[in-house]
Design a protein around this ligand. Structure first.
Ligand SMILES: *[C@@H]1O[C@H](CO)[C@@H](O)[C@H](O)[C@H]1NC(C)=O
Ligand SMILES: *[C@@H]1O[C@H](CO)[C@@H](O)[C@H](O)[C@H]1NC(C)=O
Ligand SMILES: *[C@@H]1O[C@H](CO)[C@@H](O)[C@H](O)[C@H]1NC(C)=O
Ligand SMILES: *[C@@H]1O[C@H](CO)[C@@H](O)[C@H](O)[C@H]1NC(C)=O
Ligand SMILES: *[C@@H]1O[C@H](CO)[C@@H](O)[C@H](O)[C@H]1NC(C)=O
Ligand SMILES: *[C@@H]1O[C@H](CO)[C@@H](O)[C@H](O)[C@H]1NC(C)=O
Length: 362
């Protein structure tokens, strides 16, 4: 039994099928079957066979699974937008029962895995906070706060911190337990634990970015326009903004190692500064995305811009195709153009055709 458990844990880590972001695969079914959210959420929780701690959280607060699934879906979209012009384009695999990402990308502790942990945590946290502030969910901490009853927008800052706490616990359930056990000197670090500590740090960076990017929003009250009293509250930034910040952290991610004495993350180059809360961290180098490796297809077939200046844009063919000459095709593109707004409420457009060049890596 114990051996079987280890084997399953090993499988889960290698193939990533137990990554919590797999939930985005179930999103469609969960939101489509509004009548059965409980059933499908609970069924989903059962999948965390080797992650008992996460499974427990899942059963306890299964109403949060819908915002988590929505958040995970948004995370994929925004990741693909951010990475569109990079050699790793955040592409997902098509098999609904299989892992979401290529094992050669996420099967080790890479910079890309770091970005994924941060963006998925940030996006799910944001979605939980938003659902909470709408009063949609039972599990939220702010539900019983009478101050929010008569307001259209929640003034509950607790929603954001509740969302943060929950997603960090949910995403890293098993490793947080090991981290606690370490304090009682019960666990000895191995590669799996090192990876777990790095995942925790990256989820925290994602969550901290959401918290940090909140903005004040104010509403005036009083006789029309007088603004006798002004109520202000914090609202989270858009996922787009948060992703721009995390993208910068991805570019400047820090290669770390784990100190055996205290399990803290240190810069792997002892001459350089240790990572801060806003930095993403990784243990292993990425594969060369230019080349075919394991389940990675290389850059062959990638679309690129043959006219972009490679010193200015990562979308250029010379960057994406790794300095190999692309195939260039001319295509006639027909689109709406020259649109004008006719008061009120029509938009008139012409149809324009132009010939454009498209590059494809060989
Ligand atoms: C949704 O459910 C159907 C059957 O209930 C299943 O065949 C399908 O694969 C599910 N889709 C996803 C994305 O899980
Ligand atoms: C979900 O389960 C709760 C109790 O766990 C129940 O009160 C609620 O009505 C259920 N919702 C639906 C849509 O079945
Ligand atoms: C990423 O690139 C591959 C080709 O290498 C392509 O098939 C896939 O659609 C791209 N994914 C996204 C999200 O752009
Ligand atoms: C690493 O150590 C933890 C805690 O001692 C243990 O649960 C886990 O199975 C180990 N993993 C490997 C791959 O040895
Ligand atoms: C998002 O970023 C833009 C540009 O940096 C900024 O102008 C805007 O205020 C930000 N929005 C939020 C909600 O933070
Ligand atoms: C754009 O609209 C203006 C006014 O309707 C017209 O004169 C002009 O030719 C149009 N340009 C194109 C490219 O269709």
């Amino acid at each position: 039994m114990h051996l079987l458990g280890l084997f399953l844990l090993f499988l889960a880590i290698v193939h990533g099928v137990n990554s919590w972001w797999q939930i985005s695969r179930k999103h469609e079914n969960m939101t489509n079957s509004i009548a059965l959210p409980n059933l499908s959420a609970k069924k989903y929780c059962k999948q965390f066979i080797s992650y008992k701690k996460r499974q427990k959280l899942c059963f306890e607060k299964h109403d949060l699974l819908i915002p988590i699934a929505l958040g995970a879906n948004n995370a994929i979209d925004i990741c693909q937008t951010r990475m569109k012009n990079r050699r790793w384009n955040c592409s997902t695999l098509n098999d609904v029962d299989g892992p979401l990402f290529h094992d050669s990308v996420v099967g080790r502790s890479t910079r890309e895995l770091a970005f994924l942990h941060s963006i998925f945590s940030a996006s799910a946290m944001l979605q939980i906070a938003v659902s909470c502030s709408k009063g949609d969910l039972k599990s939220c901490s702010c539900k019983s706060n009478p101050a929010t009853k008569d307001q259209k927008v929640s003034t509950c800052p607790q929603d954001v911190s509740f969302a943060r706490k929950f997603i960090l616990k949910f995403a890293n359930a098993e490793f947080l337990k090991l981290k606690r056990e370490f304090k009682h000197k019960k666990a000895e670090a191995n590669k799996t634990i090192h990876e777990g500590l790095v995942n925790i740090a990256n989820s925290e960076t994602g969550a901290a970015t959401v918290t940090k990017h909140q903005k004040h929003q104010c509403k005036c009250q009083g006789v029309s326009g007088s603004c006798a009293t002004k109520t202000c509250w914090l609202v989270p930034a858009s996922l787009k903004n948060i992703s721009l910040s995390l993208f910068q952290s991805y570019i400047s991610a820090v290669n770390v190692k784990v100190k055996p004495e205290d399990w803290k993350l240190k810069n792997s180059d002892s001459n350089l500064l240790d990572p801060t809360e806003s930095q993403l961290v990784f243990l292993d180098p990425s594969i060369n995305y230019c080349l075919k490796e394991e389940d990675w297809h290389g850059v062959s077939g990638r679309q690129c811009d043959p006219n972009a200046d490679s010193s200015l844009s990562t979308g250029s063919c010379s960057y994406i195709c790794c300095d190999q000459h692309p195939t260039v095709e001319e295509k006639i593109i027909t689109e709406k153009c020259n649109c004008s707004f006719i008061w009120c409420c029509h938009i008139n457009c012409n149809t324009c055709s132009e010939t454009r060049e498209f590059g494809y890596c060989r």
